[in-house]
Design a protein around this ligand. Sequence first.
Ligand code: FES
Length: 130
Amino acid sequence: MSNFEPEIVAFCCHYCAYTAADMAGTRRVTYPSNVKIIRVPCTGKVDAIHLIKALEKGADGVYVAGCLEDDCHFKNGNLRATAHVNQIKKELETLGWEPERVEMMYFSAGMGEKFAKAAEAFTEKIRALG
Ligand code: FES
């Protein structure tokens, strides 16, 4: 059995995903410590280069967590981020990497439990990929 513990970077928008993560903490709903959260004002600020840099610097998986569709506080930052994630997925595939190492997720501020479950599931998936 492998003891591999993946390093995961989660870019979370301040208004929804980060608040959801915070709510998980407040309610003592745990999620893996593998997930390192980087708070951003809006996921629209996360460019493809940030995702690549995180992988280059040793992250085994990266996800971007933004507001639900139509709920971005900066209109369509979450859609912009989705496009960047999809672009990186294609590039990873071209390089022979697993595209599922990069994902886009959406949360409302009240989804603390959902945030924790998603962090757990993503960590499991990356652990399985090695
Ligand atoms: Fe949350 Fe834009 S403010 S994704």
